[in-house]
Design a protein around this ligand. Structure first.
Ligand SMILES: Cc1cc2nc3c(=O)[nH]c(=O)nc-3n(C[C@H](O)[C@H](O)[C@H](O)COP(=O)(O)OP(=O)(O)OC[C@H]3O[C@@H](n4cnc5c(N)ncnc54)[C@H](O)[C@@H]3O)c2cc1C
Ligand code: SF4
Length: 451
């Protein structure tokens, strides 16, 4: 029998292999360079897909990367984590002609990875300094994209983040097999070479007074806070040891120096039906859990994880069970030992318990039932909230003058990395337009940045 691989090896093996040069050229040749390309329209950041693929076909990787990064400064990470099967690749005309879309995500990664061996200044040139400064709170994809867009316009940007490292969920949330080789940090380091951005980690915005201070000290503020709060199951036993939030589990795993020492249950139950549930379940399996079950309260078609993701989990030995809603967590000596789940049926689209109950043995239960905005003081600061998220207009302006927001923390989004990047990009355009309009300029009251 072959020895059990170290979890780090298992995770590395699960990471998607990059295309070789020959594979990339062959794949690029399949592209039809469609006029009004549907793939480009479907990309939230509108990367000029046919243009960059043509350049790969011509052997011009630098030009390809330039086209990608001008539209999406986090194009390397998005190439790894975007659900391309639901976005650009879903609408590729090669689906109908050859039953196989162009591997747009993998081609994008091929070009950007090659570009990242060159200095970022080769791709981005900053405009002369404007003397204006902007505070960006949150160093996730939304904040980073906004900061980058503003820095290119010559503004000075200070990015504040509560965590130790920048990156948001790119660093702490996305599955490690999607972002192997410390890619999130490498991409940030590369982007920061452009200049004009100071990152201050370990600073948390938690009072109205702090926001007032930021508004007084900077010419504009962007909030890219993501969703820091987690939803509770609301069933007995939730406080038992071994019951954890799936995002915290992933964060712990992403930051663990030695994965072999990370405590992982033998029988793990993950509650939820989205990307977080899939990521947590697959990683638990790769870390050595014997039995991993995802329990979801509705049917497969209602899961927010795509079919590709569901299949990915199943091919890694995760069992997905449907129409099961958690009822109670049972424990022994203060530690979870099982979960009871009420069997559900859908009547006129509404869930109803059938009266049957199933019990699954579990020594670890991971909750992946959604996150929520952790900004209890938002309304008292003058920010509008709808459905638990910040309300913004089409340009990302909040109800507070001089304050913009974007990414997962705003209402109406799809909670995807690429969409957070687009929000940040759009907000940067809007902030820049506001800062350069003499009539609407706020008084010049910038403090020296990152003092
Ligand atoms: C487990 C998981 C897996 C996912 N997988 C994918 C995937 O495969 N593909 C995909 O496209 N999307 C995925 N997503 C969604 C994606 O990660 C998010 O849509 C994206 O990260 C949102 O970016 P953001 O910048 O809005 O927020 P975040 O990435 O959450 O960043 C917010 C930042 O703000 C900081 N912050 C929060 N509050 C404060 C405060 N008060 N003061 C200072 N700093 C603060 C945080 O520390 C964080 O760094 C996943 C999400 C999760 C949870
Ligand atoms: S739709 Fe497909 S074939 Fe057409 S440009 Fe986009 S990737 Fe190429």
């Amino acid at each position: 029998m072959s020895p059990t691989p170290h979890p780090a090896q298992a995770i590395a093996a699960a990471a998607e292999a990059p295309l070789t040069r020959a594979q990339a050229l062959l794949e690029a040749e399949r592209c039809l360079y469609c006029h009004d390309a549907p793939c480009e329209q479907a990309c939230p950041t509108h990367i000029p897909v046919p243009q960059f693929i043509r350049r790969i076909g011509d052997g011009d990787l630098r030009g390809a990367a330039r086209a990608i990064l001008a539209a999406n400064p986090l194009g390397g990470l998005c190439a790894r984590v975007c659900p391309t099967e639901e976005l650009c690749e879903a609408v590729c005309v090669r689906n109908t002609q050859q039953g196989q879309p162009i591997a747009i995500g993998r081609l994008q990664r091929h070009a950007v990875d090659a570009a990242m061996t060159l200095p970022a200044s080769t791709f981005f040139t900053r405009a002369p300094a404007t003397g204006r400064s902007v505070a960006v709170v949150g160093a996730g994809p939304a904040g980073l994209a906004c900061a980058h867009g503003l820095a290119l316009q010559g503004h000075h940007v200070v990015v504040f983040d509560a965590r130790e490292k920048a990156g948001g969920l790119n660093e702490y949330g996305l599955a490690s097999y999607k972002t192997a080789d410390d890619f999130a940090q490498r991409e940030i380091a590369w982007l920061l070479q452009t200049g004009g951005i100071t990152v201050r980690c370990g600073w948390k915005l938690e009072t109205v007074a702090q926001l007032v201070e930021l508004r007084n000290s900077f010419d504009a503020v962007f909030l890219g806070l993501g969703l820091g709060g987690t939803a509770a199951l609301g069933v007995p036993g939730e406080e038992l040891a071994g019951v954890a939030d799936a995002v915290d589990f992933i964060a712990q795993l992403r930051q663990a120096p030695d994965l072999a020492r990370l405590p992982v249950g033998r029988r793990v139950v993950v509650i939820g039906g989205g990307m977080t549930a899939i990521d947590a379940a697959v990683q638990a399996k790769l870390l050595g859990a014997e039995q991993v079950t995802i329990a979801y309260r509705r049917g497969p078609e209602a899961m927010s994880a795509s079919q590709v993701e569901q299949h990915w989990a199943q091919t890694h030995g995760v069992v997905i069970r449907h129409h099961l809603a958690p009822q109670a967590l049972l424990g022994q000596d203060g530690r979870v030992s099982a979960i009871t789940l009420a069997v559900q049926q859908e009547v006129d689209g509404r869930l109803q318990p059938t009266g049957e109950v199933e019990t699954l043995a579990a020594d670890q239960v991971l909750k992946a039932i959604g996150q929520k905005l952790a900004l209890p003081w938002a309304e008292s600061a003058g920010l509008a909230i709808q459905g638990g998220r910040l309300v913004v207009d089409a340009e990302g302006r909040t109800a507070l003058p001089g304050v913009w927001a974007g990414g997962d923390c705003v209402a109406g989004g799809r909670d995807l990395t690429v969409e957070a990047v687009e929000h940040g990009k759009q907000a940067a355009r809007s902030i820049h337009a506001a800062l350069i309009q003499p009539a609407t300029q706020p008084a010049a009251q910038s403090l020296p940045c990152a003092a």
